[in-house]
Design a protein around this ligand. Structure first.
Ligand code: SF4
Length: 499
């Protein structure tokens, strides 16, 4: 499908989905502004982080409204629904499901609260101690989850509903701010929460800062968002990141922040490789620049004699630019994508499915014919997309096809908010580089080293999570996933405490 910023992701083969981000979150506190519409445009900028459902909650200080549905932001909202979302604060969410099925009950923002205030909450990430949190909830409400468990009782099966219930389960005399400061330290995993009651906007980030979350300033208010690109789109200026382990509170007295846990930074390296928009900046490093640098380092590590460097459309583009710059080989476009490719509700029949990659890409035969090509992509998950791409280029007359990948082999699942294929489906789990090369039919294959990828982010190695490449899980592994992980080889044993 097309990503929110127009780039194709790995899903250029029908039925073949690429790495999916767990969600985008957005919040705005701005009296006098159309907060519902600001949230809409903020979510529009974050569409690439989740395409299954979208939702916005607004409040005018005394009454909260929520509108959410399955589909893309542009499908869920129209002028009428946005017109009813009035108030001076809002939160919004675009969802891709990591826990809980993709259905309406699990769409966000989720609702909860006490007799004194309502809570609406949006989450980007994935928790790894939900069983413990359920036990905490049960201990606070002996006869079930009580009023605070509203969405859970109605069938919401997400970790987000558990947190929403948790924040409302300390009783009506406890403010949301007090509840958050007390309960956030109990929550383990990767999370960025943007939440609100009738008067106040809150944002919180896990102590490892795995997923990005930033604060922006409007002339008459404040914005929080998963990526800086969403600040740009609503005209907010970047102020700073929400610090790992920090709770930010925004109301008529302005913005105040409190730390609820010692920060131990472990930002997701895959945000730099593929997930975030190229026009986003994470921890001071521009994502586009990081990807170009990955391409340069890839060229140094895996040079090859060739006539043209081209990207795998289109997420491989910045790394292909870097590869071409470093190698001196001309950069070119060998494929044209269907400009209006996107999510369709028309399920392809078997006959159409067999057209595969051709539904979305068409080769430029006169550019490709007789050429030795370097095709640069950001990652290989199952390998089916690259196999189809290589075959298409050969059929179009390419003399040689050399594949270069701007991340190391993906060999481990992510428990912190990104949905790759299952471990058994990851092509690099069972095969070495030569076997993957043969499987995709390339003349040569080169992956950037972990050092090269990390170096391009300009972040210290010990401040990044690289678990899907290294098997080192800095936040630990959920208890019920130990068996799923399996340990086919000694060297493959994942490292990280079980939570
Ligand atoms: S496992 Fe990979 S995708 Fe998941 S947080 Fe770590 S680096 Fe990011």
């Amino acid at each position: 499908m097309a990503r929110g910023d127009g780039r194709l992701n790995h899903d250029i083969l029908p039925g073949e989905s690429g790495p999916q981000d767990a969600c985008g979150v957005f919040g705005v506190w701005a009296p006098g502004e159309e907060v519902g519409k600001l949230a809409y445009y903020g979510l529009y900028a974050l569409q690439h982080r989740g395409q299954e459902s979208a939702g916005i909650a607004t409040s005018d200080g005394s009454r909260m409204l929520v509108y959410k549905d399955m589909g893309l932001v542009s499908q869920v909202f129209d002028e009428t629904s946005l017109g009813s979302l009035t108030g001076h604060l809002a939160i919004g969410h675009t969802r891709y499901s990591t826990t809980g099925a993709s259905r309406w009950e699990n769409a966000q923002p989720t609702l909860g609260g006490t007799e004194h205030h309502t809570i609406a909450l949006a989450h980007n990430g994935n928790l790894i101690n939900t069983e413990e949190l359920r036990e905490v909830l049960a201990s606070r409400h002996v006869d079930g989850f009580g009023d605070a468990g509203g969405e859970m009782r109605r069938g919401n099966t997400t970790d987000t509903a558990i947190v929403t219930s948790l924040l409302g389960s300390r009783g009506e005399d406890v403010s949301l701010e007090e509840a958050a400061l007390a309960d956030l330290p109990l929550i383990k995993g990767a999370y960025c929460f943007v939440f609100m009651d009738e008067q106040t906007l809150y944002a919180a980030r896990d102590p490892q800062g795995v997923r990005p979350l930033v604060i922006g300033r409007l002339e008459r208010g404040w914005v929080v968002a998963s990526e800086t690109a969403a600040l740009d789109i609503v005209g907010a200026s970047f102020v700073r990141e929400v610090e790992p382990g920090e709770l930010v509170v925004i109301d008529e007295s302005g913005l105040r922040a409190q730390s609820f846990a010692e920060p131990v930074r472990k930002g997701c390296v895959f945000e730099y490789v593929y997930l975030a928009r190229p026009d986003t900046t994470i921890a001071g490093r521009g994502v586009h620049a990081a990807r170009v640098e990955m391409g340069r380092r890839l060229a140094q590590e895996h040079p090859v004699e060739a006539d043209m460097v081209m990207p795998s459309p289109e997420s491989g583009t910045p790394a292909a630019i870097g590869y071409a710059e470093q190698s001196g080989i001309a950069y070119g476009q060998g494929l044209v994508k269907n400009a209006y490719v996107g999510r369709t509700f028309i399920a392809p029949s078997q006959t159409i499915r067999q057209l595969g990659i051709r539904l979305k890409l068409n080769p430029l035969r006169e550019v490709i014919k007789g050429q030795r090509l370097v095709v640069v992509d950001d990652s290989i998950v199952r390998g089916n997309t690259q196999r189809a791409l290589v075959r298409m280029l050969r059929e179009a007359g390419a003399a040689e096809v050399h594949v270069r990948i701007s991340s190391p082999p993906v060999r481990w699942p992510c428990f912190y908010g990104i949905d790759f294929a299952s471990r058994a489906e990851l092509i690099a789990t069972g095969l070495d580089v030569e076997a993957v090369r043969q499987a995709i039919g390339a003349d040569s294959l080169g992956y950037i080293s972990e050092e090269g990828m990390v170096g391009a982010t300009e972040q210290p190695r010990d401040r990044l999570c690289t678990a899907c490449f290294s098997g080192e899980y800095p936040l630990g592994v959920p208890r019920d996933q130990e068996k799923v992980l399996g340990t086919p080889h000694e060297a493959d044993t994942p490292r990280g405490a079980t939570v």
